[in-house]
Structures are given as C-alpha cells and as structure tokens.
Write a protein that binds this ligand. Structure first.
Ligand SMILES: [Zn+2]
Length: 593
C-alpha cells in the first residue's frame, strides 16, 4: 500500500506547531548569532516542545536553557496567544536579560523582528497581539496585577519566595493555570526542588554500546563518580565501565523515573482527569520534570568536570548545583573538633615556603600560621600592658620570615595593625567580611593602585566558611602539622560553630545569599577565633594560587593520605617553632613547652 503523499507545504506547516521544529525551520540563532541546534543540545528538544501546564527543570548554567526558554516563550506568546509573566531574581537580572539576551535574540532573527516591536521597554515585549512582562522578584515586591496565561519563574532558587508565592496564589485563582519553574537547584526541599519532587522526574537515558543497558549519567540516586574514569578522564557506563562517546550521549532519550506526568506534552491536556494513577497503576504527577546535568553536555569534557570537582575555591554544594544540576543534600550543619583533628599529621613543617599568618584581633589576639606544607602553629597574645604590645609579637613573626604576610580582621585595635601595614608595605592585609553575593568570586583583593583599597581583601563570609568546613571534612586537604594534643584547643573552637539555613527573604543584596538562593549563616555559641584565623590563612594562601593548590589536596583518591612532605617523625607544632631557637614569642603553645 502506498503511503499518502505529504507535500513540502504540509511539512512546512507542521513545523510551525512545535517550537523545536519551528526553530529549525527558521534557523533560529542565539544572542551570539550561533544556530540553536538540537544535535549537541539533543536534551533540550523535549523540554522546548513540552506544553504541560506545570513544569520544573533542574538545570546547571551554561547549557543554553535560558536562551531556549526565551525563544520558547516568544513562540508561545505569538502562536498560543498567551500573555506571559517572566520573572527573574532582581531587576538587574531582568535588565541584563532584556539587553543581552532577549533583544539580541530578536535582532538575530528576522521572524522574531516581524513579531515584535522595537519601542518596547525592558519591562515588556509585545509579541503579536500578546505581551510578555519581565519582572524582578526582589525589587518589585508585589506580584503583578495583570492577568497572564503563563508564568515563567527563571532562577527561582535565587528569587524572593514570598513574591513567587503571590504569583502562585494569583495563578490558582485563574482557571488556566500554567507555571514553569526552572533554575539551578540549591538545597534539597527548597526552590525548584519543591516542584521537581512533584514531577515525573525525567532523566536522560543513554544506551551503553558495551552492555546495551540504558543508564543515567548523574542523579541523586547514585554517585556520579561511577560515570567517570578519573585516570583516563573519560565518561563511562557506571554499570559495565565501558566508554561512552559523544554520539552515545547525544542519542539518549528522556524517560520518567517517578510515575508519569498526567498531561499530554503536545497540547497540555489532562489525559487522566480526576485520576491519581493510570489504569495500569502508575502514579500520575502534576509536574513535567527534566533534570539536566553538565555530564549530558558533550562540549563539556570529563576532564573539565574533574577540574571543577578539584577547584579548591568551589565547595561541594557548588559542584552539586552547578555541575550536576542536583539539589545539595549534605545536611551536616556542624563540624566537630574530632573531625577537624583527623587532619592532624605527624609531619615536620620546614617553614621555608611563604608563611601566612591569620590574625583575629580582639582581646586577646588569636593567630594561626600556615604555608603550603600545612598549618603549623597557633597561639594567642597576652593582653597589652605598659611593657608589652601584642603587635610587637606579630611584628616579630614578620621579621622572622621575611616573605610572610599577615591577614588580619579589622575588628579590634586598628592602630596597631595599621602601623604594621605602614612599616611592612605589601605584607599586611586587612580583611573584611561581606555577606555572600550573587557572584562566583569568593575573595576580592583590593587594587594595589587604589589608595583606599590597597592592602585590603574582601571575603564572602559564609561561602568561605562553608568552603573551609568542606575542606576540613575531607581529611588530607588541609594538613595540621603536629600531634592531636597540639591542636586540641585550636580545634575546640570548631565545636562552637554551627550553620543555620534560612530561606531567602527581602532585602536584595543585603541579607539574602542569592548565590545559592538560601541564606547559610555560620553562627557561634562560644569562642570561634581560631576558625576565623584559619579562614584568613586560606584567604592569604589564595594570594599565591600555586601554594593553595598544594595545600588543599584536591584529588579525592588522596583523601586520608598525609600530604606533608617531610614524614620523618612526630614533632609537636610548638616545637617546630622552637627549632628556630631565637624566637621567644607570647602565649599559646610556646608558653606550654
Ligand atoms: Zn555498559
């Protein structure tokens, strides 16, 4: 039997009906003028075509999801005749997106220019007869009072949850409820994860050419490390350990792993009205969910993934959220001194590599010393008196090691530290804590050419604290030279700190850690001076990046293996100092020897 002829015109018309086909037909380009393709981005095709009313995408950055979503919403406004509200965390994000993404995408594509008008503001875009409103959640505290057929919440984990809730309540009053959430996830049970949990949880299944089983590359249910051969820097099948090629990955397909979505992805119709499971007993989900990880991106190599894992300035949560596209589930909100003391190794620190001295000014002054071989000494100064200035003691250290630097907070007596700064230019830095910001930069060094900024360093407090705790939790990354007794008191300060998690509220750029969408605050319920002195040391090590790479042993296969280079016997941290004889400093261990 002969199949009915399909004309070119019919094919062309059919291609108008699905965004991904339409994008192919009109050769839609990105804001950078590159073709939007579904070869390398094969995993974007289904999410782009999905018209289910409730959607949740877990996605890492830099995979082209935002640009695809912008094109999809322009298509929906025009073809579906929907008014759309599109939110981003702040107005700044909104303005950036309008300027660098939406307008540029339109400028690259004649068909989109036909649909839109040039005089539109960053707040809205007229598309055919309909409007897309772009809004920030923190700066515009009230949900928009306009009605919409679809609300899209981009970067929801960094958005104001109160405002998102207002939008949700308004949508529920509307008979036509469509809400699409997408974001890099943050922590479990927050932001996009709330909706993902109610979804059919579609994962990208790749057929292994070796064992012919269908496998997922990264999910919350197994260790992603099983999907990479670290020695050969190669993606592998986690079951048979055979190699996976780019073609294998591109040839994958989405399959639900948590029941099935009740809606027809083509038109958003409820296929099972009034039912909670299919006639076969499969649970029905309200949300259509997609999980995208960077392991699915063939242009991101296994080598690159490993490098991100080993980046000493990125913590576990960063990797989980931004690389794996998964919510962070590490729930430990404390680190005990016992765990800290697992980093103690009986190695002698030669004290020849550049020494960093982290100083917590206050009464008394606490300090910790480290170099690329490890953290080798800590102490506290006596209170100042007529015959004793604790800053003389600190100066003694600067003299003792001619390349050493001091990183000190500016909480105590500024005069003393300023004096040292004037006397030892380029060797004394004042550290300021800032609340975490929406940036990938944890440490910002003051410009040496700038009179006001020279000799200063600004650190994201909670992010750096978190990073330090993650490093201490993984023994071997930060070495404490000496014996457990040497470090007992020092480590006890870690018993006095704990992490509090708050969901984001109000005050953009002030109280909200938009970096992860939630506020992590490291608090104390007792002395925590030594915690901060170590943090300042790590900041100082950052100034000499190569040294940092050495001190923070990153390869997890090395975890637990002492990394100190001089394994020639046990020696107490304090004794290390005394080896140099002439020194006769103040408090701490030295006095106890
Ligand atoms: Zn296999």
């Amino acid at each position: 039997m002969k199949l009915p002829e399909i004309t070119a015109e019919q094919v062309s018309q059919a291609m108008e009906l699905m965004p991904a086909l339409w994008m192919k037909k009109y050769k839609i380009k990105t804001s950078q003028g590159l073709p939007m393709e579904f070869d390398n981005h094969a995993f974007m095709r289904d999410p782009i075509n999905d018209m289910s009313p409730l959607q949740a995408w877990l996605k890492p950055p830099q995979i082209g999801a935002s640009e695809s979503q912008i094109v999809k919403t322009l298509w929906c406004a025009k073809k579906k005749k929907w008014d759309i509200i599109y939110t981003l965390p702040t107005d700044t994000d909104r303005n950036d997106m309008a300027g660098s993404k939406v307008n540029r995408i339109i400028a690259q594509n004649p068909v989109l220019q036909e649909w839109t008008q040039e005089h539109d503001s960053v707040e809205q875009k007229s598309v055919g007869e309909n409007i897309i409103h772009y809004r920030g959640t923190f700066t515009q505290k009230k949900a928009m009072m306009v009605s919409s057929n679809l609300n899209v919440h981009d970067e929801i984990d960094a958005s104001d949850p109160d405002v998102i809730t207002q939008y949700e309540n308004r949508q529920q009053a509307n008979s036509e409820t469509r809400t699409w959430y997408f974001s890099h996830p943050s922590i479990a049970g927050f932001g996009v994860d709330i909706y993902w949990q109610q979804s059919d949880k579609k994962e990208w299944f790749v057929t292994c050419p070796n064992c012919e089983k269908e496998i997922i590359l990264a999910s919350a249910d197994f260790n992603w490390k099983d999907s990479i051969d670290f020695d050969r820097q190669q993606l592998i099948c986690r079951l048979c350990k055979g190699d996976l090629s780019s073609e294998d990955i591109k040839g994958g397909r989405y399959k639900p792993t948590n029941g099935i979505c009740r809606y027809d992805p083509m038109n958003g119709k409820d296929l099972y009205p009034g039912m909670t499971s299919t006639p076969e007993g499969i649970p029905l989900r309200d949300f259509s969910g997609y999980h995208i990880s960077q392991l699915m991106c063939v242009w991101i190599t296994a080598k690159n993934i490993i490098a991100k894992k080993n980046d000493p300035l990125k913590d576990e949560q960063y990797f989980s959220n931004y690389v794996l596209g998964l919510p962070y589930v590490g729930s430990e909100n404390k680190i005990s001194s016992e765990v800290v003391l697992k980093n103690v190794t009986p190695t002698i620190n030669a004290q020849s590599p550049r020494v960093i001295i982290g100083v917590d000014t206050g009464l008394p002054i606490h300090y910790t010393m480290m170099n690329s071989e490890g953290v080798f000494y800590h102490g506290s100064c006596k209170p100042p008196s007529a015959s004793y200035d604790p800053y003389d003691e600190l100066e003694g250290y600067l003299k003792r090691w001619d390349k050493s630097i001091i990183i000190a907070d500016q909480g105590g007596d500024l005069i003393g530290i300023r004096k040292l700064q004037a006397k030892y230019p380029g060797r004394v830095f004042l550290v300021w804590y800032r609340k975490d910001r929406k940036t990938q930069e944890t440490i910002t060094w003051g410009d040496p050419q700038d009179d006001d900024k020279r000799g200063t360093v600004v650190v994201d407090r909670n992010r750096m604290f978190q990073l330090m705790v993650e490093q201490l939790r993984d023994p071997g990354r930060i070495v404490l030279n000496g014996s457990k007794e040497d470090w007992q008191e020092w480590a006890s300060h870690f018993d006095n700190v704990y992490r509090e998690i708050k969901t984001a509220k109000n005050s953009p750029g002030k109280d909200v850690a938009t970096n992860y969408g939630v506020e992590f605050i490291w608090k104390r319920n007792g002395p925590d001076h030594f915690c901060h002195t170590l943090l300042y040391c790590l900041v100082g090590m950052d100034k000499y990046a190569t040294a940092l790479a050495q001190i923070i042993k990153k390869d997890s296969f090395m975890a637990g293996v002492p990394v100190g280079s001089n394994v020639d016997g046990t020696i107490r941290a304090g004794s290390n100092l005394r080896r140099y004889g002439s020194f006769n400093g103040g408090g701490g261990i030295i006095e106890n020897i």
